[in-house]
Design a protein around this ligand. Structure first.
Ligand code: DOR
Ligand code: ZN
Length: 351
């Protein structure tokens, strides 16, 4: 078994960086791990217009540690009232994607879309302009069991959406079910999915192992083992339509260890190590580079990165607590030992 793995520098195709002191706390971690990241727009207030996205991009660049080479790829938050013309302006400004949150589906999604019919003209404009649609694929219907919300979203909404806008590139984000992985595998070249490290590593038992564990709570929620296995199979399949998206979503630990705890796992610190653990567990470390470093760039039509990241088989313990402005942040699997460690990131000559 190899003890060292050198891959082309990877990207994170789904990341929450937050703003202000939280941004300053987590950005160095992602900038060490990744060359680029798709930055989620679910701030308060949400990033709905091009000007807001460009200003947010500037704040991210200003918060980067000296010497870091990291490119934030910006997104807009789709609302019922997004003007279709915003898609042309987005493309011209280098904004790569729009994010569809069904209203009420997750953290800061209350300004999201209440009915897909209301955004048909925007999606048509996105299709025309080559802006990618990122989908939080869960229904919000309280009648639907929380573990079924992704599968029901696919049936009720995604199949029709896909048919209505065949030229639109769609990413089903943080796919968590066998139904999601199967759907994407069969949906053709304009449909892809991101997979988080936590959904590859854990099933829903992790939420309750030894007591309720809020740091394993995220949305979409962890699913049964059969789903986890289907996700690992998809991620390690070599298909170019499955790629890395951490969904690293930091919350102050007091807000997770709470009567109504926030959803989100913090993996920005140790994402590559977690993915390496999952791929190693499946005996597919040789597939990590495509998944982490090539498939996403190819799907978005962006150049692959110069530079490399080197992982070494070296046991280390994930810190239990990290500073987070005035608060504390608890990374996923804090205090646990991981087998792989990111030891070097060479940014390459063209970055
Ligand atoms: O667990 C989650 N946390 N899922 C999301 O969709 C949003 C995210 C967040 O922003 O905290
Ligand atoms: Zn997310």
């Amino acid at each position: 078994m190899p003890d060292q793995l050198r891959i082309a520098r990877p990207d994170d195709w789904h990341l929450h960086l937050r703003d202000g002191a939280a941004l300053a706390a987590v950005l160095p971690h992602s900038a060490r791990q990744f060359a680029r990241a798709i930055v989620m727009p679910n701030l308060r207030p949400p990033v709905v217009r091009v000007e807001q996205a460009l200003a947010y991009r500037r704040r991210i660049l200003d918060a980067l540690p000296a010497g870091a080479a990291f490119e934030p790829l910006m997104t807009l938050y789709l609302t019922d009232t997004t003007p279709p013309e915003e898609m042309r302006r987005a493309r011209e400004a280098g904004i790569v994607a729009i994010k569809l949150y069904p209203a009420g589906a997750t953290t800061n999604s209350d300004a999201g879309v209440t009915d897909l019919k209301r955004v048909a003209a925007v999606l048509e404009a996105a299709e025309r302009e080559g802006v990618v649609l990122l989908v939080h694929g869960e229904v919000t219907d309280p009648e639907v069991d929380v573990f079924d919300r992704e599968a029901v979203f696919i049936e009720r909404h995604l199949v029709g959406l896909r048919r209505s806008f065949p030229g639109l590139k769609i990413v089903l984000e943080h796919v968590t079910t066998k139904q999601g992985a199967d759907y994407v595998a069969e949906a053709g070249q304009n449909t892809a999915a991101t997979l988080t490290a936590h959904h590859l590593l854990y099933n829903r038992n992790a939420l309750f192992a030894g007591g309720m564990r809020p740091h394993w709570y995220c949305l979409p929620i962890l699913k049964r083992e059969e789903h986890r296995r289907a996700l690992v199979a998809a991620a390690t399949s070599g298909s170019g339509r499955f790629f890395l998206g951490t969904d690293s979503a930091p919350h102050a630990s007091a807000l997770k260890e709470h009567a109504s705890g926030c959803a989100g796992c913090y993996t920005g610190l140790h994402a590559l190590e977690l993915y390496a653990q999952a791929f190693d567990g499946a005996g597919k470390l040789d597939r990590l580079e495509g998944f982490a470093s090539f498939h996403g760039a190819d799907f978005y039509g962006l150049p692959r990165n110069a530079g490399t990241a080197t992982l070494r088989r070296e046991a280390w313990t994930v810190p239990e607590v990290l500073p987070f402005g005035e608060a504390e942040l608890k990374p996923l699997a804090g205090g646990e030992t991981l087998a792989w460690r990111l030891v070097a990131a060479d940014i390459g000559s063209s970055q």
